[in-house]
Each structure stands twice: as structure tokens, then as C-alpha cells.
Ligand binder design. Structure first.
Ligand SMILES: [Ca+2]
Ligand SMILES: [Ca+2]
Length: 96
């Protein structure tokens, strides 16, 4: 589990090219208070991905495969923007 602190954070979830086998661990990202930006670019993880924007007006961009099986994107409190540019597997979006 990854927790970001208060303030406006920027976080990118992306597999690097030298990783042969993306993580099979379940990943939960808690963005914390503030207007956070989370970019999910090409993680292709085989575990379950959960992104919690928590409070603040957050932006979550899914630009490529997140979790192959199941991804959940929770905006939580605030005016959140969730952009689904590419969807792989089951993606659940909760505006909060
Ligand atoms: Ca937030
Ligand atoms: Ca939010």
C-alpha cells in the first residue's frame, strides 16, 4: 500500500521496460488530502489495483493497462476528474 501525504501530489504508475514480469502484488494507492494527479500509464500488473483519491479535487488518468484483472478508481470527496483513455480488464469508477 502506498500513501501520499497532504498537498498536491503527482504520482505515476508505470512499468519500466527492464521489468520482465510486472508485479503480481495487489497495489492500493491512497492519494491523501489535496488535489492530486495520478497517471496510470502502462502498469500491466496482474494483481488488483485500487486508487483512492481521498479528499480534494483529484485527477486520475488511466492511459494504458493498469491491472489486467481488476482496477478500482475512487475519486472520494471533492470535485474529481477521472479520465479513461484506455481500459483493460474490469475497471470500476466511483466518483465519491
Ligand atoms: Ca486527494
Ligand atoms: Ca477526491
Amino acid at each position: 500500500m502506498i500513501s501520499l501525504g497532504s498537498g498536491d501530489d503527482q504520482f505515476t504508475i508505470e512499468a519500466t521496460s527492464d521489468v520482465a514480469n510486472p508485479t503480481s502484488e495487489d497495489v492500493t494507492l491512497n492519494a491523501g488530502p489535496g488535489a492530486d494527479t495520478v497517471d496510470i500509464n502502462d502498469a500491466t500488473m496482474t494483481g488488483v489495483l485500487v486508487v483512492n483519491g481521498e479528499s480534494g479535487g483529484d485527477t486520475i488518468n488511466m492511459n494504458g493497462p493498469g491491472a489486467v484483472s481488476s482496477s478500482t478508481l475512487n475519486g472520494d470527496d471533492g470535485d474529481d476528474v477521472i479520465n479513461l483513455n484506455e481500459v483493460t480488464g474490469t475497471v470500476t469508477v466511483n466518483g465519491g
